[in-house]
Each structure stands twice: as C-alpha cells, then as structure tokens.
Write a protein that binds this ligand. Sequence first.
Ligand code: 6PG
Length: 473
Amino acid sequence: SKARIGVTGLAVMGRNLARNLARHGHPVAVHNRTAARTKALVEEFGDEGTFIPAETPEQFVASLERPRRLVIMVKAGAPTDAVIEEFAPLLEPGDMIVDGGNAHFADTRRREAALRERGLHFVGTGISGGEEGALHGPSIMPGGSAESYEALGPLLEDIAAKVDGTPCCVHVGPDGAGHFVKMVHNGIEYADMQLIAESYDLLRHAAGLSPAEIAEVFRTWNTGRLESYLIEITAEVLAHTDAATGRPFVDVVLDQAEQKGTGRWTVQTALDLGVPVSGIAEAVFARSVSGHAGLRRAARNLPGPKNDVRYLSGFADDVEQALYASKVVAYAQGFHQIQAGSEEYGWNIDLGQMATIWRGGCIIRARFLDRIRAAYEADPRTPTLLTDDHFAEAVGAAQDAWRRVVTTAAQLGIPAPGFSSALAYYDSLRAERLPAALTQGQRDFFGAHTYRRVDRDGSFHTLWGGDRSEVEA
Ligand code: 6PG
C-alpha cells in the first residue's frame, strides 16, 4: 500500500513532522539525501506508525498515493530550489510540493508560479513550534491554492496543535501568504523576546532582583494576562544554574544575540510596504547592537547617569504593565503588516484566523491571542488592535506604569528600545497633530517638494527664495 504523504529532509524538524504524521495513523514515506538518516528514523521510531523508507527520489515518489503530497524540510534558499528541481520532474499534474521551511515569501511566490506552469501545486507552509511542536502539534500556516488545501488541509489539521478543539492550522491564502504570515510571526516573536529581555534587565538592574527572583516574577506573570510560552520558558532559563560555575546560567552566556533572518525580512518587507513596525525593528536592531562587540568595547567608558541601583516598590508591577502594553503595540504592528501584505498581494487573509491558529503550537502562543481573535471577530476591519475596546482600555490603564518604566530606564541609563519605541508609537497614533507638518515645510523649503493644507485640497509650494507667497503646485 502507498503512503498518504511523504517527507524528504529528515533533520530534526522533518523527522519530527514525519513521526507526528505516522503517530496520527497516516502512512508516511520518508527520504533523506543520506540514507543513513532514513534508516535511523525507521529503526528508532518505526513502531510509532507506518513509515515507508525510500532510498532514491524515484522510489520516494513512486511510494506516494495520488495526488502526491511531498513535504520538503530542507534549508531555505538554494537547497530548497535544488530539492524542488530534483523532485518536480518526477511528479505528475495535480501533485503538490509542500515547503515547510522558513522560506522568504518572495521565493515562495516565484516557486509557486513556476510550478503552476508545470501543472504542479506548490504550497509554502509556515510551521512554528520548534522540534517539540513538529512532533506534538505545531501551528501550521499553509499558503498555495485553495485546491491544494482541499487535498492537504485535513492532514495538516490532524497533526496541528488544538486549542478548544480547534486546529491551529488554516489555509492562509494563495501563493506566498503562508510564508509571509510565518515571517511576521517570527518578527512578532523577536519583538516579544526583546520586550521580555528588557523586563528582565530592568528588574535586575533597576530593582536589583536576582535571576532566581526574576524567574519567580515571571512565573507569577504567567498566571495572568501575560500567560504565554515565551514567559514560561523565560522563567525556566532564568532559574537555571550553570553546572560548571554554579553561577546563574544567564550570566555565563555571551550577550550577543544571533538570528537566522526572518525578523530582518519582516522589517525589510515592512519598509517596502510602508508599514511602521518599530517594535519589531527595534528588536532586530537590539540583536544587531548586541553583536557589535568591537563597537561596544569602544564605547564602554562613555559616561552614564550617576544613579545607583535601588529597590523601587511596585516596580515589578509597573514592568508587567509596560510589558503588556508594549506587547499589544508589537502585535498591533505585526497584524497591520499582515493586513498590508494581504492587500498588496491580494491574499484576502483573515486576521482573526491568524490569531486563532497562533493560540497553540507556535512560539508566540499566548492567552492574549484569544483577545486578538475576539477583536477581529468584533470588527474584521479594525485599523489597529490598539483601538479595539478591550485593548484600548487595557493599554490606557497601563499607560501610567508604562511611562514610569520608560522614565526609570532613561534615568538609570538602562536601554529599553522596545518599551520606549512602543510608547512613542502609541503616543504618535494618539497625537492630534504630529511634527510631520514641520518636516513637510522643510522639504518644501529645500526641495520644492510641496505640501498639502489642512483647509484646502491640492498641493502647494511657498516661494521660499522669493516673496514667500504661496502657489498651487
Ligand atoms: C518557530 C521559530 C523558528 C525558529 C526561528 C528562530 O516559529 O518555530 O520561529 O522558526 O526557531 O527562526 O529564529 P532566529 O534564529 O532568527 O532567532
């Protein structure tokens, strides 16, 4: 008998995805460039379900029922193209290639168009949740045609995480929509992680708490509105002691954050779309700053404020509120980007559904996402989550604490780019008038770039070098 689906590329993500499929009773064909990995998988986990090992691409393709569902789990970029080129010639019209890696959505759009020409479906699919998620239920964000989802969706929904019985998997939209949404998911992940890191830093250096004490603070937060996977694992990391030195683990790790690029892509794409995702951008830049060791060494002796570390009563609660409010901003910005991408590429993405499938399985899973789902249910066209009744009230109530935290950080010289940029975004949106009017005046002065007026339609220019009268442009 044939396999319902196949997975090629059996590094940890591919292997766990194949095991998840097999555990759900779906016979799965498995293939890897080096056959030893395929063999090891079947030897170690063969009793979990039906695996059909293949040594060659031809064997692999022949073992799949039609239409063939072929999942590739290889490195993004050139390796993905190489594997597609290896398998596509062996497939027949109606078959589908599913790319479950972290591909750039523009690559996915290109590949989808090229394979469509050849009668094949290409389904760029975001998969979040790391190794554990792949095995026990990830959040899955498939793009590609609606037709391909008919053949693929039920399988993916079967192996996805479930929240209240609802699978964390939905057809996001055509071509690159799934990978786009996964990219923004990762951008939000960066922002969330940065805000958590700033919270830790402030609790440590403004309030003088130890990593173990801060772990307790995070554990408490995790019982409230901030309940999330990232808060949960933060407590674990902070409570961990380095076996070799007996010091807090967080003190022996080199403080230079790395990245594989999805956060950077989110910001690059946002710039192209003209969407202000300042929180995500600050998170990417914060990693970048941390990695510039030479720059940091050179600047180490620059003067800072003279304040001492001191215990601030109620500070932990203030930080909780700042974290919550800044997190709402980061998500509002990320969802704005999805909305803009959806419009630009005609994807028709249902934002409430994205919040729904992120409630479980993925790295940013959080209680809070239920609120976002509800916000889009109440008003699918809401211009920003910040004006949703619930969030407007919650952030409004948090703002005093949020401002105190940003002030304290500035006074003590503790960098808090995430908190402060989120607050600046909030205040920018609130502002009755922005100094952008002055920017327009300057542009008109030096470059005759023209401006619009508040009281009349049209474009205008002031004759700055002449009698300063105004002309209609
Ligand atoms: C996920 C993660 C996953 C990966 C990140 C890490 O959703 O499961 O986002 O995709 O762990 O890409 O990203 P960086 O290495 O860039 O931090």
